[in-house]
Design a protein around this ligand. Structure first.
Ligand code: DHB
Ligand code: FE
Length: 284
């Protein structure tokens, strides 16, 4: 039997959420509604823990400085240390990779004309660790292997929505050609509307975010045509992180001619730090 992608998960990765978890503040009135909203997702994840998560996120100038800026990268290491983002690494387990599947995906996706950068050493920042904490809680070891897929959405030029959707489809084909019986999920992190700097800092646009979720679920090929400028104008400068969700969406079976995925969970909350928080689970 070959490996298969069973589900996709989409979530914000706000660093302050990680701090709230690490410092035991989840019951504070500011945070309780957010963590209550993630409870069904955590329950779903406990019942549907895969063998491997392909975790699409953006590095925030943590591992990739201005020296080297890969557009799309893939982690092929056996282990990933938790990054020190300036206040010490988060007290969470190191991330265990899946070098064999990651190398296979790199091989297959590059053969499909996507130029992935192969990364053998990578410290993972909040873009990757906060989603794991939100979905898994505080285990002593993460419950599955993780393949990091960092995407540049920090420094222009960045990839288009269409390119992201296409990459997701290529990743799906890569997984399905891996000759081992593995249950694989693909996660897309970042977003939703937020702007961290300048006169519009604190911008949140709930109608945009909800429409984005609607279209991500039901009309991803239309959504992939949305130009960057629309994200920036409507969802703020960091709202552009949402294009990465199209990579996870592209890996779902409807884009390979199957039926639309089933919505298992949808949650939206404003605000967390400077950000609108969204969480969506789609099952093939
Ligand atoms: C915030 C959100 C992010 O996605 C991020 O990478 C950094 C900060 C915030 O809302 O504070
Ligand atoms: Fe971010």
């Amino acid at each position: 039997m070959s490996a298969r992608i069973s589900a996709s998960v989409y979530t914000s990765h706000v660093p302050a959420i990680g701090v709230a978890i690490d410092l035991g503040k989840t019951d504070e009135p500011y945070w309780r509604p957010l963590f209550d909203g993630y409870d069904p997702a955590k329950e779903w994840f406990t019942a549907h823990t895969p063998d491997v998560i392909i975790l699409v996120y953006n590095d925030h100038a943590t591992t990739f400085s201005l020296d080297i800026i890969p557009t799309f990268a893939i982690g092929t290491a056996a282990e990933y240390a938790v990054a020190d983002e300036g206040w010490g690494p988060r007290p969470v387990p190191d991330v265990v990779g899946h070098p064999e599947l990651a190398s296979h995906i790199a091989y297959s996706v590059i053969q499909q004309d996507f130029d992935l950068t192969i990364v053998n050493r990578l410290a993972v920042d909040h873009g990757l660790t906060v989603p794991l904490s939100l979905m898994c809680g505080q285990p002593s070891a993460w419950p599955c292997q993780v393949i990091p897929v960092p995407v540049n959405v920090v420094h222009y030029p960045i990839p288009s929505g269409q390119r992201c959707l296409d990459l997701g489809q290529a990743i799906r084909r890569a997984v399905e050609s891996y000759d081992d019986d593995l249950d694989v999920q693909i996660w897309g992190t970042g977003g939703m509307s937020h702007q961290l700097q300048g006169p519009r800092a604190g911008l949140i646009n709930s109608p945009f975010d909800q429409a984005f979720l609607d279209e991500l679920i039901a009309a991803p090929t239309e959504l992939a045509k949305k130009p960057h400028i629309d994200y920036i104008r409507e969802a703020g400068s960091e709202g552009i992180e949402l294009v990465m969700w199209l990579i996870a969406r592209g890996a779902m079976s409807d884009l390979a001619g199957g039926p639309l995925p089933t919505v298992r969970h949808r949650f939206y909350h404003v605000p967390a730090s400077n950000t609108a928080v969204g969480n969506l689970i789609l099952e093939n």
